[in-house]
Design a protein around this ligand. Structure first.
Ligand code: NI
Ligand code: MN
Length: 229
């Protein structure tokens, strides 16, 4: 069964799980890190972690183009419902089983105002479980928090972590996150897009490799990481 992850750029990630494309936090048209557009990508399912524009910008257009349901929080789902897309509005700790596998909403320490200024509830991360039991944690926008160790107890095959600083964890806290999560593999994202979040991912990878057991994958936007399923 296929299992891979393509870093589109910034926080936008396209998972391929058993032939289904699961697009996480679609930010395309105004994303400085990619040339991809709503027209150029495909999605069978869309995950949205919170209401900030760099995560939700193209969710409605992509959902309509592909007739793809959006899995998100209750508050974000109600906001999207008004725009004529199909949603699943979960809440923290809730899990949903879909044809590609399971999605659980995890705690994220971050805000979630909608683009029009309305209330967006809590920001979340995602724990995906593939049909053969592979676990992929996408932290989305978050600070470091101690309960990452509880997420790590699930036994993570891959953790996708922000290292950009300014809006999220920076490199030092992301390294501490790897120690709490203890994933087999880790991939940094949410950096490099703008001047405020420039980082050196290779320097971070060296620190992670020397201080933890995790294998680090530094991708360039557009790269695909294949995971053994
Ligand atoms: Ni954000
Ligand atoms: Mn963000």
């Amino acid at each position: 069964m296929s299992l891979s992850l393509t870093w589109i750029g910034h926080a936008t990630v396209a998972m391929n799980i058993g032939g289904y494309t699961v697009m996480v936090d679609p930010f395309l048209e105004e994303n400085p890190a990619t040339e991809e557009t709503v027209e150029s990508v495909h999605a069978d399912y869309i995950l949205v972690s919170h209401g900030h524009n760099d995560h939700i910008a193209d969710a409605v257009a992509l959902a309509k183009k592909n007739n793809a349901p959006i899995i998100t929080t209750l508050e974000v789902a109600r906001w999207l419902d008004d725009q004529g897309v199909q949603t699943h509005g979960l809440n923290l700790g809730g899990q949903l089983e879909l044809p590609f596998g399971k999605v659980k909403l995890t705690v994220a320490m971050h805000g979630s105002q909608m683009p029009d200024g309305s209330y967006g509830g809590c920001a979340v991360g995602f724990l995906l479980t593939s049909p053969l039991g592979r676990k992929i944690y996408i932290a989305c926008d978050t600070a470091l928090f101690g309960d990452m160790s509880l997420i790590g107890e699930e036994g993570l095959d891959l953790a996708v972590l922000p290292i950009g600083d300014y809006f999220t964890m920076g490199p030092d806290d992301a390294l501490r996150a790897v120690k709490l999560l203890q994933p087999k593999q880790v991939m940094p994202y949410h950096y490099g897009t703008w001047d405020t979040i420039q980082q050196d991912p290779d320097a971070w990878a060296k620190r992670v490799s020397s201080e933890t057991e995790a294998t680090v994958h530094v991708l360039t936007p557009g790269d695909t990481l294949s995971l053994i399923e």
